[in-house]
Design a protein around this ligand. Structure first.
Ligand code: ADP
Length: 193
């Protein structure tokens, strides 16, 4: 059985996590942030070390271990009853993040929409990420060069995912609004599905 899924998509700093966290509190939705799953690993564990190695350089973790970790996380959430694929819509944030991941997940996901938090203003994203570095202890937000590399990698590796899912599933939301306004737009989309 495939998971009923909404993809939250957008550049680093576009606000996927902020929206996902709020919506994930609603009954009937389960929010999964791939970055958070990585950050919850013990940093001394083999995959934790791989995560630190790649993310501190602004790079994506290789696809196979990423998908495997995601799958294990979802299975464990099912086992403890936090995620019920029959009742719940999966809100995915930060995965799939490139074409290879989208292909690897195509057997597992039944994607109903891709909500694209669009922010063409890169400097705005840089500012948001720098502000986040002060509030959260994030290695990958701490350094301007790493931030710029992540934004470049987003353009080359992640943006093609938009085309993979195609116009029919795409719902654009203006990311440069207050979080509440973005939430209003996202809720409008979810209600229309
Ligand atoms: P951001 O969207 O701001 O980059 P995330 O919390 O989504 O923040 O991700 C942090 C880091 O975790 C990424 O830079 C990357 O190294 C790693 N990561 C997260 N999701 C994936 C993924 N699907 N594939 C590979 N690496 C990932």
């Amino acid at each position: 059985m495939k998971f009923r899924t909404i993809l939250l998509f957008g550049a680093p700093g576009s606000g996927k996590g902020t929206q996902g966290k709020v919506l994930g509190e609603l009954p009937g939705f389960f929010h999964c942030s791939c970055g958070e799953v990585f950050r919850s690993l013990k940093m001394g564990s083999p995959l934790g070390k791989v995560f630190v190695e790649y993310s501190s350089k602004g790079q994506l973790v290789p696809d196979e271990p990423t998908i495997e970790l995601w799958r294990q996380y979802i299975d464990s959430m099912q086992q403890v009853g936090r995620f019920d694929p029959v009742q719940d819509t999966l809100l995915l944030d930060g995965i799939p993040r490139n074409l290879a991941q989208a292909r690897l997940m195509s057997e597992t996901l039944d994607v109903g929409a891709l909500i694209y938090l669009s922010c063409p203003d890169r400097e705005r994203l840089v500012q948001r990420l720098q502000r986040r570095a002060l509030k959260e202890n994030r290695l990958d937000d701490a350094n301007l060069e790493v931030i710029r590399r992540r934004l470049e990698n987003y353009e080359t590796e992640s943006r093609p995912v938009l085309d993979f899912y195609g116009e029919a599933l795409l719902r654009r939301v203006e990311a440069v609004q207050t979080p509440l306004e973005v939430l209003r737009d996202v809720v409008g989309i979810l209600l229309s599905l």
